[in-house]
Design a protein around this ligand. Sequence first.
Ligand SMILES: NC(=O)C1=CN([C@@H]2O[C@H](COP(=O)(O)OP(=O)(O)OC[C@H]3O[C@@H](n4cnc5c(N)ncnc54)[C@H](O)[C@@H]3O)[C@@H](O)[C@H]2O)C=CC1
Ligand SMILES: O=C(O)C1=N[C@H](C(=O)O)C[C@H](O)C1
Length: 252
Amino acid sequence: MSAPLKVAVLGASGRMGAEAVKAVGAANDMELVATLGRGDSLEILLETGATHVVDLSVPASTEANVRFAVEHGIHAVVGTTGWDDAKRESLTALLSKNPESGVLIAPNFALGSVLASAFAATAARYFESVEIIELHHPNKVDAPSGTAVRTAELIAAERAAAGVAPSPDATETQLDGARGALVDGVHVHSVRLRGLVAHQEVLLGGEGEQLTLRHDSYDRASFMPGVLLGLRTVASRPGLTYGLDGYLELGR
Ligand SMILES: NC(=O)C1=CN([C@@H]2O[C@H](COP(=O)(O)OP(=O)(O)OC[C@H]3O[C@@H](n4cnc5c(N)ncnc54)[C@H](O)[C@@H]3O)[C@@H](O)[C@H]2O)C=CC1
Ligand SMILES: O=C(O)C1=N[C@H](C(=O)O)C[C@H](O)C1
């Protein structure tokens, strides 16, 4: 049996981080070597010999955390949101100078969510209209969700490749925000509601019909198989992988 992965969790006291600490601690092929929170020095990663980090911190911190890991030869599995095009491009440039390092940025670790986004992208080739509604707990600090942004990107790419026209919309006047945010030409609506965890609907409309693709995470345990898959795979995938679908055989 090979040596266990030496894993550090960043954002370990948070909602997701606490779940990841449990999941890594229970995995036979992993050793939890460090748990870091706000204000902790990243030098702890070097002192504890971490080979892998899971970043589940906050959008304001994740880039610095991941860059530190890459610069020190530590593989990173990242669930934190906020990785826009510019940040991913800059990270790719850093990774090209550290060719052994692997980073997975996964907007959503839940298998059902990854599948739902892939199905939605495929379906969006065949429907005139598409909009996204994402629904989350009210403690979430960012909107729209990273998952919704990624889903919109996938949908837009499929529609562009298929030559599908923009969704029809005759709106002439509106209150600010009434039509949601526009992500790559796809309207995204964000709901924040006590009692929710993480949910998304993709609405696809055609003449006389509607297809709705909905995914629900009722518990953060739903994200843990994806976190563990990411940890087990990332070292064998140098460079940046954006989306857990990059590690799955989805036939696309
Ligand atoms: N990819 C996925 O499947 C999922 C991603 N997320 C994302 O993960 C992130 C965390 O979500 P939650 O756990 O709900 O948030 P949270 O607010 O409960 O936890 C974040 C934790 O990070 C800590 N923190 C702040 N700065 C830090 C730093 N520099 N280093 C280490 N820790 C630091 C905070 O003190 C807090 O304990 C968010 O961006 C969220 O959108 C959440 C759920 C699933
Ligand atoms: O903050 C959350 O809770 C979640 N964040 C991620 C996102 O922004 O998509 C993943 C999941 O939706 C839960």
